[in-house]
Design a binder for this molecule. Sequence first.
Ligand code: MRU
Length: 337
Amino acid sequence: MDPLYYENNALFVLDQVKLPGEACYQKLTGHYEVAGAIKNMAVRGAPAIGIAGGYGIALGAQAITDSEMPAFLNSLEEVIQVITSTRPTAQNLFQVAGSMRSRAAGAPTPYEAKKVLLDEAARIHKIQKELDIILSGYGLEVVPDGATIFTHCNTGALATGGYGTAFGIIRAAHDRGKNIQVLATETRPLLQGARLTAFELKEAGIPFRLITDSMAGHFMQKGEVTLVITGADRVAANGDTANKIGTYSLAVLAKAHNIPFYIAAPSTTFDLATLTGQEIVIEEREAGEVTCFAGKAVAPEGIDVYNPAFDVTPAELITAFITEKGIILPEDLSSLR
Ligand code: MRU
């Protein structure tokens, strides 16, 4: 199921908030609508956010009326600002904004820039699938036959618009006939694991069990986890990695139980301008996501909560990064430059 596609001057996004109960697409024709869909997580997962952001910028550009390039580029900056102010942690969004900005700046006229921006958004979309497939091929090296792979949140096609990152490795291992199974966390508060990863695993016919987040230590202690693979929202230059809240706890547990802990992410998720994880902005989301479960209130009204959407796993807890450029040790990350 495609999480997004562009057709007839509109971006269509599968509303992931409604999955798995309902599969319906939202039609988005302007950048404010695209920003809304990113913010409310109809489209989510760092690479898919980047792709949607690219189309959002291209759509916003089509409505700019300035006829001279300097004015056009100023107006484009406002569009980019609307798109990038949606979710601060996913590096892909900012990476895409940067490439859209520089492609537009190289165009001779606003008319040309509008065409170039649509082409660039489509190119970014197309290339993601290729990155996922190459990355997943490298990932096969770390998956022994008979492995139980532990994963968190959702990193499948729904999250990338392609083949998946951590999920892509799982899918590739299964498709190549490796005898693997998966332990997938439900991923509170928004249940991307239960709603989306379980959905994709079931569709793909990959053997798995769904567990609550708090069961992770139990299964690692029992020796039932061969390796952990998660995705990433942003990897700093020193290898510190922001990913879905709970990832850090999993890395600590994996270390305590001598279980390899891998991050699978395309190079577009790496932010070499951010030196360490301390500089990564962590998105704080609304309290209702914590006080409600599947739309139903489970806590008293009017209480204070914390709701960071991501946490940072220090590089020393990460065995290696699985990227489309190969498997990279945290200490070798500077070679990515
Ligand atoms: O809040 P989400 O659902 O956008 O968070 C998604 C994750 O944390 C994923 O692990 C990450 O974006 C990588 S997706 C290939």
